[in-house]
Design a protein around this ligand. Sequence first.
Ligand SMILES: Nc1ncnc2c1ncn2[C@@H]1O[C@H](COP(=O)(O)OP(=O)(O)OP(=O)(O)O)[C@@H](O)[C@H]1O
Length: 716
Amino acid sequence: MLMLSQPIDLLLKQWQQQRLLTPLDRHFALELASIESMPAQVAADTSVQSPTANTENVQQPLQPDNSSTSLFLLVCALLSQQLSNQHSCLVIEQINLANPMAEDSHKYAQINCQISLSHSQLIEQISQFDAVGLPGDNKPLILEYGRLYLNKYHFFETQVANKLTQLASQKISIELSQSQLPQLIDSLFSTKQTGNSATIDWQKIATATALINALAVITGGPGTGKTTTVTKLLLLLLTQSNLTIRLVAPTGKAAARLSESIKASKQRLHKELTQLADQSIAAVLIEALTTIPEEASTLHRLLGVIPNSHQFRHHQDNPLRLDLLVVDEASMVDLPMMHKLLSALPAHGRLILLGDQDQLASVEAGAVLADICIGLKHGQDNMTSPASSPWSMRYSQAQAQQIGQLTGQDVSQFIHPQPKIGDSLCMLMHSHRFKGDAGIGLLANAVNQANVAAIRQVWRQQHAELNWYEHQQNAQGDNAGKQQLLALSVQAYGEYLQQVNANQQAILSQAQQHTDPEQNAPIELPHSEQAIIDSFNQYRILCAMRAGEFGVEGINIAVTESLKQARLIHAQGEFYLGRPIIIQSNDYNLGLFNGDIGLILQDSNKPERLMAHFVMADGSLLKVLPARLPSHETCYAMTVHKSQGSEFDKVSFVLPTRPSIAQWQLLTKELVYTAITRAKNHFYCLGSANIFEKASQQATSRASGLAWRLWGESQH
Ligand SMILES: Nc1ncnc2c1ncn2[C@@H]1O[C@H](COP(=O)(O)OP(=O)(O)OP(=O)(O)O)[C@@H](O)[C@H]1O
């Protein structure tokens, strides 16, 4: 069955040493082998270094190995490797039989293992193992349609698919003859605002979608009007009935931004409504507008964290008390979290998912939002070029008809014989932020379509809002691009640090005037804490990598040094005035979570004391003594992953100079797209054209059966 250069247990160890497997992957395989009642000499822990383990780059002759134990260990190691890389399962057909442990990008890897079976024979062999069962079996591994799962992930995936399909099938009936809804919709979506009455107004259709379906998934890139649309549709829903609505996002930062966006959108809408010609309609809408909630919380807070437990207070048997849940930044929600969220939804609960399907997938397993949307990829059936295929809606006849009645929009061209969950989906494609020929929008689109010619053209056009810093040596032997990046960063963070320093000066001069602290009047500071935090959030350096000179670690050190030289910071101790920090673990007692960003500032109530200042999801300010902070690091630069759900006026994106094989796996088009779309007005990139272009062509693919469960055979 196998051809091996060494016994499998030694090979597992070798792959671990070569970092193709993690220690966990290897132990997972060995542990399962013990359940499978494999021979002791193989199943036993072989963690002691074996003198025969061959890690040299020498090709050993392959020997046949027909033991099912060896095959089982190999398959378990491959499954665990997939799970470590955020896949939900191992797709047997995708195993490279000629060299199963070789990485895709590592074409010349030495061959030390081959599987001498066809994929279908391999599936048959795997199904014979004791530890492998069929869906519903109480076995550690589940094999279904050629996908091998850990039982737990199979359960999550089937539950998520079932709940989404069931929600999508729940229609909300509207008695149109007695409803004011069509007039209300018309009043909210005037042609003046959408600009062009001849084209389809997808925001209007997204609104109708959420009015008539218990599940609505509204997706689109930055500035396509997701928040504007959801505000309007909440308004319409609230004119119909009193609903308990909750707004959530995966992180505190994203929740705070959702709150801000909803508030801003309500204000804009209020202004528009006061100008409506029909005063009676305006009165109905303005009244409902005031009842739209503004406060958003994190998913964790909504579900009720139980400290030191993976369980939440709300679940299937203690559902959430709400009628409608709006989840923003849904692309960040991983498979286990989506399962927990859907299980906690009450039976009558409606769900609206908002997000950008093209952004980075969740940090943990799965790519739930992308899997939900994949059925809208036109031409997906032949899978020729999924990255660049266009999106196309997929409606049932009844849905198209109802949309027509509610909005006056004709979507009959999108009627599909097998709409599946398509009736619940609506994609907004027109960005109102990056208008026409704005460079950031054009670059984001070109990357999204993995279109190298278009990427080159956008850079050639020399848009004012796009700047390229090349990794190249200058006469002094320094990296010229990096020097430019550091100069820009000193200038950009300089504005924030000048405010911090101006406050310090004000405090010092006050202290000099009043030597008796008892007599100190409250100090009038030139800049409020909020203004300082807003100033810091104007600019951010986003790195593709964590480690190395051009990773978060190296860039943070370099920026700190440059700011010191510019005398903008006086970084003597660990906690110096103005140091930005990012939290790296959850502290439920303090209410701080992984990814929260804080600034070390003087406490306005007690200026002699430095405190870490955080803006919470509800917009309030949390001050924490530095000594009490959970693990954290400096945050002039952060990873693109951690920047999801945030936006900055200016963004610098840093690519590595010579990525390793492992680093190449992280350099994907979703990463580049996410970095670009964090920038509102200026995008700077430090890199090399070939790395930028190659990364833009690498689409993330997460093995999962969710798309197939939701959309059927064409996504198999
Ligand atoms: N139909 C429209 N016509 C004109 N401007 C619009 C329209 N829809 C939204 N906008 C404007 O576009 C901007 C972005 O809208 P909005 O915040 O709703 O987008 P979003 O998709 O939620 O963005 P983000 O990706 O930042 O969450 C806002 O200034 C909004 O007023």
